[in-house]
Design a protein around this ligand. Structure first.
Ligand code: NAG
Ligand code: NAG
Ligand code: NAG
Length: 290
């Protein structure tokens, strides 16, 4: 039984993505340098450009972390970043890759890597804010060690759904249920990434603090091309057009292979889901049911 499910998993995780990649997930092969699309936003002296700008390293020590952001804001897209997160003992250290709008009642789509003590797995938290409402945390354990190699983290955002992917495996889907009164991100968002001190919440509910004897912590990023529709504050109507491949029908819901991968993640890798936290939500939020 165990062997069977391992075999199925290997099939789903290792083999299927290549098929999906070949068919669906178009991506520019062009390797851009950081400065073409991104800028450093804080902690300048904790940012290092590597490989002629094709890679960026953020560091954090007891004086500062660092962050960067896209120069433009976007109204839809299929965003991605290759990331290698800090290794060894990284309890309390948070590496984040996210989309965020400006102003009140903001929208935000987050990947947050929650560092951990040596030998304990990283958790990857995702969250969705729409119209200022968040509190939609989900957490998974990854099926690989994210500290040793780069992996792909992606966010699809079109008028129908938001999907978070890890190496092309869907790990979370947030549907546009606005017809049921559930809010859905509708403001232009900027892409941001950062390495920061999250010791008051990130690891063991804030009990594990950063051990600075392991500093500086280092997170590396690659893949600075952006598949997104540029837009100012309110989404340009053009951003929902089918001329953008990520708005195409193929991206309105997961295909059967993607659905199977997603089910597998939910069964085997999810460690926390606000949708099933009855202490917090005695009645499941609407988007959890639909
Ligand atoms: C920060 O780290 C440096 C180098 O390890 C150390 O010399 C310094 O005392 C530390 N500062 C604080 C405020 O902990
Ligand atoms: C969400 O879906 C509704 C239709 O159900 C559509 O009118 C709306 O534009 C969509 N929202 C976004 C932000 O794309
Ligand atoms: C921090 O790490 C050092 C080196 O491994 C260790 O000696 C020390 O006990 C750790 N500090 C805490 C508070 O765990």
């Amino acid at each position: 039984m165990l062997l069977m499910s391992s075999l199925i998993f290997i099939f789903l995780v290792v083999l299927v993505p290549h098929v999906v990649l070949a068919r669906g997930i178009r991506r520019s092969e062009e390797i851009l340098v950081f400065d073409q699309n991104y800028k450093v936003t804080w902690g300048d002296n904790h940012v290092m450009s590597l490989n002629q700008g094709k890679e960026i390293q953020l560091t954090m020590d007891n004086s500062s972390g660092a962050g960067f952001a896209s120069k433009m804001t976007y109204g839809s897209g299929f965003f991605h970043m290759r990331i290698k997160v800090p290794g060894t003992d990284s309890g309390g250290v948070v590496t984040a890759y996210y989309l965020i709008s400006q102003g009140n009642r903001h929208d935000e789509l987050d990947f947050e890597f929650l560092g951990n003590k040596e030998g304990k797995p990283y958790s990857l938290q995702t969250n969705v804010f729409a119209d200022g409402e968040g509190n939609r945390e989900q957490r998974i354990h990854l099926w690989f060690d994210p500290t040793t190699n780069f992996h792909d983290y992606k966010i699809l955002w079109n008028p129908h759904q938001i999907v978070f992917y890890v190496d092309n495996i869907p790990i979370r889907v947030y549907k546009n249920n606005s017809n049921l009164g559930v809010s859905y991100p509708s403001k232009a968002m900027q892409i941001q990434a950062s390495l920061w001190n999250g010791e008051n919440w990130a690891t063991d509910g804030g009990q594990t603090k950063i051990n600075w004897s392991y500093a500086p912590f280092k997170a590396n990023f690659q893949g600075f091309d952006i598949s997104g529709c540029q837009s100012q504050s309110l989404i340009d109507p053009n951003c929902v057009s089918y001329n953008y491949w990520w708005n195409d029908k193929n991206y309105w819901c997961l295909d059967p292979a993607g659905q199977r991968q997603y089910e597998n993640v939910k069964q085997n890798y999810v460690i926390y889901d606000y949708c099933s936290d009855r202490q917090r939500y005695p009645i499941a939020p609407l988007e959890c049911i639909h």
